[in-house]
Design a protein around this ligand. Structure first.
Ligand SMILES: [Zn+2]
Length: 590
């Protein structure tokens, strides 16, 4: 984060401007500054914490409230076995090079990206090939210009020990999904043993990034929102699809990417499914919901796109993956969510490693009649031949698949089990009908996964604007960190007391309000615009006469005059999106 850089507003890029504003106004800054800082850790200040909560509230509104996704919260540290079983210990690695001079370490694929080799290409390469490319392009240490040593794979999970025994390895979770998988049985019970159902976990995750240098875009400790949606692969249809089927997704298709072209193809959700570009209806549904989420955070649809991941780019657990990207000023297209079809990979891995059954039972609507081949030994004939061993021979025969016995009898007229020969006339081979009432299977999973810090950053960047040489953060009204600023015209003559009454009234109604009495009213408005305060209520001398106040809109700077007693109701309707600003009172002509 480059917060120290001073720049005039029009000259520097938004990333620099936002980081400077964020630090100054208390949205966020690099942690541990008094000790010189530590890359990849961020502290959210008062405004930032509010904004982040509001961004996460949007996630909850769209997924938990509207779709009925369950929420859970579990631990950040997990025993090593969890991430051994999930495949992370083997796969969660990045290529790294170390400067032989200053010993700084860098992501090898990021160095190659600067040399024009895309991350998609780098991901295909072996360590040796990456090393050769670094050599060929003459990539040197960005810090000191030194030469790099050999390329290595580096495990980007934080490793620790659980308790005082060094043998008891634990890892900081690099994602929140595994908690959901390992608790599947209890969650399934809580969901009343019905599919489909989904569980979201919004919480901190840790990735020991090699050299994070992109502010909020790449952090070592961050907030992830992983939603795991479980369904029966034999009943994959999404009952909510009609709500989103006409939503357009601009997809950068694999076939286009392989031509080194960046053109997206606009497809409706329905078309993408019909053309089998997206295989799972639920995955398509969540991709459409992700687009809606970003729009609700203030990112227009035309600044979003979807990337279809190439085979070698997909995570080890995924059979089909898409990334949702948002265009940002400094970094270009940045991933804000990933959409993976994880199939039954994770549950199966944990079943194998733990020995615990996590399959679910499905009762057939109509029981199925099945005809089975059955082999029955005829004891009256086996007995005289094998005497005391006859029962043992029958038991051995029972272990051989019926089809195998039947084939042998037809072909040879006998079968040898262990060292006993059983002849065709000593068994009855026949068909038997049975009624099957249900079956067990491992649910399939589609996962939308959001990076909360990135959602926060793009919301901030898209809110950022300049009006008459002043910064205005025009957040959508539902995520403004402070909803209402309360301003006495002067802090004297009882104006401040009256303003405090209005403040208390609105605070008790549940609004996020802020009282500000310092400086001229113009300066206070400017300060509040820069913090993204949605509305400003000013108490002036007329307020004593007619019990009215002025309400000011952050974005249009228009003002209306409104009775104090009407404020609670009007504010509720306004922040629910049911009233526009001009409905709040009598417009004051400026
Ligand atoms: Zn160096």
């Amino acid at each position: 984060m480059n917060g120290e850089v001073k720049c005039s507003k029009s000259e520097c890029d938004k990333f620099t401007a936002i980081n400077e504003l964020a630090k100054r106004r208390g949205f966020f800054w690099s942690s541990f500054e008094i000790y010189g800082g530590s890359g990849g850790f961020v502290t959210y200040g008062p405004l930032g914490t509010r904004l982040k909560q509001n961004v996460e509230a949007k996630l909850r509104e769209l997924f938990v409230k509207q779709i009925g996704i369950y929420e859970m919260e579990s631990s950040v540290i997990a025993p090593g076995k969890v991430f051994e079983a999930s495949g992370h210990v083997d796969h969660f690695k990045e290529p790294m090079v170390e400067c032989q001079n200053c010993h700084s370490r860098f992501r090898a694929d990021h160095l190659l990206e600067e040399k024009g080799i895309s991350s998609a290409e780098a991901e295909k390469m072996t360590l040796q090939e990456i090393g050769q490319e670094i050599e060929r392009h003459g990539a040197v240490c960005p810090d000191c210009g030194g030469k790099f040593g050999e390329t290595q794979r580096y495990l980007t999970m934080f490793e620790t020990t659980i308790g005082p025994y060094s043998g008891s390895v634990g890892y900081g979770r690099p994602e929140a999904a595994q908690n959901i998988f390992v608790e599947f049985n209890r969650l399934y019970t809580a969901a009343r043993e019905r599919l489909p159902f989904g569980v979201i976990q919004i919480g901190h995750a840790l990735r020991n990034e090699i050299s994070p240098r992109q502010g909020l875009i790449r952090l070592r400790e961050f907030t992830i929102s992983d939603l795991e949606f479980f369904f029966d692969p034999e009943e994959p249809s999404c009952k909510l699809l009609s709500e989103v089927e006409n939503e357009v997704l601009p997809i950068l298709l694999c076939e286009t990417r392989l031509k080194e072209c960046e053109d997206t193809t606009d497809l409706t959700v329905r078309e993408a499914l019909d053309r089998k570009i997206i295989c799972s209806e639920w995955q398509a549904f969540f991709m459409a919901m992700a687009k809606k989420l970003l729009v609700s955070l203030g990112v227009p649809a035309n600044k979003q796109r979807v990337i279809e991941k190439l085979t070698w780019e997909k995570a080890h657990y995924s059979s089909q993956s898409f990334d949702q990207e948002v265009l940002v000023d400094r970094w270009g297209w940045v991933e804000v969510s990933g959409h993976a079809y994880r199939t039954d990979y994770d549950l199966t891995c944990h079943m194998k490693a733990s020995g615990v059954d996590m399959s679910v039972y499905k009762e057939y609507v109509n029981p199925v009649e099945k005809e089975e081949l059955v082999v029955k030994p005829i004891m009256a004939k086996l007995g005289p031949v094998y005497k005391g061993e006859a029962a043992k021979v029958a038991a051995l025969l029972d272990k051989v698949p019926a089809q195998e016995v039947s084939d042998a009898m037809q072909k040879d007229g006998f079968i040898i089990v262990d060292r006993y020969t059983v002849k065709a006339d000593q068994v009855d081979v026949g068909k038997q009908k049975t009624i099957v009432h249900g079956t067990r299977f491992v649910p399939h999973v589609v996962e939308p996964s959001f990076g909360s810090d990135r959602l926060f950053y793009v919301a901030l960047e898209y809110a950022y604007g300049i009006k008459e040489d002043r910064v205005v953060l025009s957040f959508p009204r539902s995520i403004a960190p402070i909803q209402i600023g309360i301003y006495p015209l002067m802090s004297k003559d009882g104006l401040d007391d009256k303003a405090r009454v209005v403040q208390r009234m609105l605070a008790k109604e549940g609004f996020m309000v802020e009282f500000d009495e310092t400086g001229s009213i113009g300066r206070r408005y400017a300060r509040s615009d820069e913090a993204g305060v949605q509305l400003g209520i000013t108490v002036d001398y007329d307020s004593f006469k007619d019990e009215t106040v002025t309400i000011r809109d952050r974005d249009s700077w228009q003002q209306v005059r409104t009775p104090i007693k009407d404020l609670p109701e009007l504010m509720h309707y306004y922040f629910q999106g049911k009233l526009n600003f001009k409905d709040l009172g009598r417009l004051i002509e400026s």
